[in-house]
Design a protein around this ligand. Structure first.
Ligand SMILES: Cc1ncc(C[n+]2csc(CCOP(=O)(O)OP(=O)(O)O)c2C)c(N)n1
Ligand code: SF4
Ligand SMILES: [Mg+2]
Length: 331
């Protein structure tokens, strides 16, 4: 089977990142982490040499949701919490395209939480990038599902009284086949992580820590660049899993027992309590995608895109007999 990299739609002459910028005026606050994430997406699409009109970019609602307007590609600025159904549907009918979904932590892990979990089970070959700033930025800084209990950014009148969720652990448990964390102002790491996520065959989650200087004063840019004490030594806050002994890549996905053990290890790694923030790939496994399984039950889809199959002839007569589907309703 061809690797995903070989299958990606590419141009002989790569487009430059600046050619992927749209002309829409950007209205994010100065210093917002969203700038770094959109830049990294443009860099990744450019460096992979992707055909821009074969990149479909869907976003949810929030400050982060505006990103689809700032990338020169086809896309939809969708409904709050509903970015994944758009993205999954788009990929299933256009399997040759590269589908990216993005949105905020409120959008994806809150109102869109049901879609977030069930997208994992399906393993459609898309990349989902979540802008994680611990608040609902667009609606003035209410607590998002990733804000830890007891925390009080300046936008809250009182400390937060709900527990937070762990998006990486949730994604691993739900069946995502590539789960990574990055940071909006680590341009190189973020670009490389998004590229690896796009190259991965299956659903990939990139949870991106992102300062919201307007509403979240707990974790500004300075927080990520400061040093912290670890075992009596000053260490950088942000570090890389690649520089540790941890390796989240499953070598043999057919060994169910080993996969389970590795999954537990990955979830434990995602839950590790530490002052520092580990960026990198927490979990990666090669598994059949939803598209593979669909083709195995509908052989007519093999080697083609559903979108190219005509559903009526020249006289507008349906080419597929669906009457059997209604038989049970006939009286
Ligand atoms: C159905 C629905 N409910 C609520 C809203 C109001 N609303 C708009 S954006 C948003 C939260 C955005 O937070 P997040 O997803 O974290 O994105 P951010 O702005 O932080 O990037 C809410 C609650 C809405 N637009 N639609
Ligand atoms: S409110 Fe926060 S997340 Fe939204 S644009 Fe401003 S800084 Fe960025
Ligand atoms: Mg948010």
């Amino acid at each position: 089977m061809a690797t995903k990299q070989q299958q990606l739609p590419t141009l002989d002459t790569k487009v430059k990142p600046f050619q992927l910028k749209s002309e829409k005026p950007i209205d994010w606050c100065p210093g917002c982490g969203d700038f770094g994430i959109v830049n990294a997406i443009q860099q990744a699409v450019s460096e992979l040499g992707l055909v821009p009109w074969k990149v479909n970019f869907f976003t949810g609602i929030g400050c982060s949701g505006k990103s689809s307007q700032y990338l020169q590609a086809y896309g939809v600025h969708t409904l709050h919490g509903r970015v994944l159904p758009y993205a999954l549907g788009s990929k299933i009918v256009n399997p040759d395209n590269v589908v990216l979904a993005a949105g905020g932590d409120g959008d994806g892990y809150g109102i869109g939480g049901g879609h977030f979990l069930h997208a994992g089970r399906r393993n459609v070959d898309i990349t989902y990038i979540v802008f994680n700033n611990e608040v609902y930025g667009l609606t003035k800084g209410q607590a998002s599902p990733t804000l830890e209990v007891g925390m009080q950014p300046k936008s809250l009148a009182l400390p937060h009284i709900s527990q937070s969720i762990n998006p990486l652990a949730l994604a691993i448990a739900a069946g995502y086949t590539f789960v990574a964390r990055s940071y909006s102002f680590d341009a190189k790491h973020l670009k490389q992580t998004i590229m690896a996520a796009i190259e991965h065959r299956g659903i990939s989650l990139v949870d991106v820590h992102q300062p919201c200087p307007t509403y979240n004063d707990l974790h500004p840019k300075e927080y990520y660049s400061e040093k912290v004490m670890e075992n009596g030594t000053e260490m950088p806050r942000v570090y890389y899993l690649d520089d540790t002994d941890y390796n989240g890549v499953v070598a043999d996905s057919t060994d169910a027992e080993a996969v389970n053990a590795k999954k537990i290890e990955a979830i434990e790694r995602a839950y590790k309590r530490e002052e520092r923030i580990a960026l990198g790939v927490y979990w990666k496994i090669d598994m059949p995608t939803y598209e593979d399984r669909l083709q195995s039950v509908i052989p007519a889809l093999q080697g083609t895109s559903p979108i190219t199959i005509p559903f009526h002839d020249e006289d507008m007569i349906p080419t597929t007999d669906l009457s059997y589907a209604y038989e049970e309703f006939l009286v």
